[in-house]
Structure formats: structure tokens, C-alpha cells
Design a protein around this ligand. Sequence first.
Ligand code: GTR
Length: 425
Amino acid sequence: MSCTVLPLETSRWWRPLMLWAGLSSTATSQANYDEAKVPAFELPELLRFADGTAIEDADDWRTKRRGEVLALFEEHVYGRMPEPPPSLRIREIEAGSAFDGAATRKQVHIRFARDEDAPSMDILLYLPKEPGAHPVFLALNFYGNPSITSDPAVVASPQLTLDRPRFKRAQRERGFRAHRWPIERILARGYGLATIYCGDLDPDFDDGFQNGVHPLFYEDGQTKPKPDEWGTIGAWAWGLSRALDWFALEPTVDHERVAVLGHSRLGKTALWAGACDERFALTISNNSGCGGAALSRRAFGETVARINKVFPHWFCDNFNRYSGDETALPVDQHMLLALVAPRPVYVASATKDRWADPRGEFLALKHASPVYELLGVEGLTVQAMPNADEPVTGAMGYHLRTGKHDLTDWDWERYLDFADRHLVD
Ligand code: GTR
């Protein structure tokens, strides 16, 4: 008797989950997961100026080439972000002790303009109870601040999108996503944790940019961002920088020791934030994939065409030009990682997360390494992709965790070790 085995992606029980994740069975069954079918490609040169002349020293990178590369990402991928608003209106919502006195908690509401109903975000900050200025991990969350902990004092995120069952569940159940946030462990290791609901800055759906922070910056008569202006990832990254603005005023946070971290779409965002804002001391991408750490030209798993189709709001409009035509992109994602140099960067993949192309994530890191070396920092310490669960350390960290697309305690332990190495004297 013969039997047909459907690939997991096309079997029925899996479909609702995939739809939630923004995938369709057609999308994933068409995706390439065969290394032999990865197209031959040449990466754009990092160490040459736009006019083709070679970069000779660190100064060439710092004074000119870095700016050229950043401008290419702004124009073609994520879009330009506006300047910070003239002032931030900061109101403390509450402060108190948390986790049986082991920590302190502070929640602030930050409004980006004078009007009461102007766009705003709420930051939830936990710190070790010891006095002083603490190094902090800063990360956006998907489901509202109360989703990361069962701590009853965490205030609801009023902007929580309720269009999907998961968001409704997040609204009902505190700590719905606590398994991704080992807060007490982070605090015990001497770090603070700050988080913001990404939807405060821009809800994660395509509404033509009528919600979130975008309209605050429209010129007279403008109704949506121009083709080279920020999409949703840009808005999220912009918000992370506004959190840093607040940290610079907050004596309990050491704003020179802030690690920006994100998972998946928020990992793409952490990389863009770390690339744009050199005040971030350390940048961590967890399973960020296409439009994050993975090389676009490999078109392995999720492609530029697919991501632009399913998530038309994430990138700038110009990015659509490269749907199905990755070789025309003037950049690839190794150049994004290079923008973080010489500050430490960590890229993490997972063995079962083929949609995010683990090999493409590793290769981007490897091809960013020459910029670290040019700037006098040790580059990636391995040539070949390491085995699963064997972290690579140095200024460029990497690991391939056994398992699925997720942010686990094991990942966090690696990030804490990495931060110990780079943020603690
Ligand atoms: C998927 C998307 C990925 C990744 C992921 C997530 O649907 O294709 O690029 O961002 O969502 O953020 O969970």
C-alpha cells in the first residue's frame, strides 16, 4: 500500500496556526528549503564606497561609508525615521517593589506631543533592588505589558489590538507570554528589564498608517509615509530610541549599558534600532529571519516577495521593488549587522526555524565581520556554522539552538552571558 506524506506545511491541522503567523500553505509550500536550490549570488561590497573606491581604514568607515550604508537601508528597506519630537511628556504611572521585594518596578507613560490624545507608549521597567544605575535589557513585546508577567501591578496596555483570539487571551490572562520573559533570572544576574508593547507605537496591521506614531509627523496634506519613509518596523525602532531618551534622564538606569533585544519581527526591529542608534551598547536578534539577520539573496524560507505581500506595512514602500528581485537590492543584511560595529552584536537561530533561514543568519554575521576587524575589534571567531547548542562568543555572538522559532530561557542565558562579557567591567 502506498501512502502520501504531506509536508507539514500543507497538512490541515496546522493551517490556523500558519494563518495566525501570517503564512499561507501556498506560501510555505512554495518556499525553498533546499540548499542546492539557493540561487548563486554576489553580496554588495561593504568595504567599498558607493563610487567603487576601496575603503582603507577605520576612519573611512566611520566618517563616510557607514553613513552611505545607513542611507541605503533608509531609502530601500526600512524607510527614514523622523527626528525625535522636541520634547517627551513623561508621567510616572506607578512605582513599587516587585517579586517579593527582590526588585523594584516603575511604569511610565511617555507622550510624543502636547495633545492629551497624541501617540504615546508605556514603559514597564524592572530593576534589581540594589541602589544605583543598572544595565538594562530593552525589548518590545507582542501582546501588551501585562502579557510578560503575572505581576498584578502591571497596567493594561490600552492600545492592545483585539482583532485576534490571541490578543483577547492576552487581555484576559496576565503572564500569557511569561515563558518568554525570565524576569527574575534577569534581575538576579544584575540587569534590569524594560519593555513596551509594540502596538503602542504602531499596531501590527496594515491600515494605511492612520494609527500609531506616523500621522504625528505628516506634513500638511500628507496621508501616508512617502516611499522612502518609515513603515511599522521603523516606528517600533524609533520608539526604542525614545525609551533610551528617557533612560538618559532616569538615574536608576545606566543608559550607556542598554542592550536592545527582540524576537522575530521584533528582532528585525532590534537590529534596525541598534544600527540607527549608536547609543545602544549591545544588540541582540533572536530568530529575526527575512528583513532581519538573514541574507535576502539566499531566498531560503521567507522571501522579500512573501514578506512584502503578507506584511505590507513593515518596510518602506520602496522595498516592494525588490520582491522577486533580491539581486537588485543595493544592500543585503550583512550590511545591517555591520552598522552595529564595533558594538557587540548577537544573532541567534533555531534548528527548526527554517522559515528564518538559520544559515543565512549565520552568513550575514560572517560577512559583517570584516567591518568589526577594520574597526579594531575581533570579528566572528569561527569560519563555519557551529553545531547546534554551541554558542560562539566574542564581539559577534551566534548560536543555533535546538528547537523551534521561540525565545527560550536557554537563549536568555546566552544573552546574559554575552552582556556579562561586554557590559560589566
Ligand atoms: C512570521 C513572519 C516572520 C517573523 C514572524 C514573527 O509570520 O513571516 O518574518 O517575523 O512572523 O514575527 O513571529
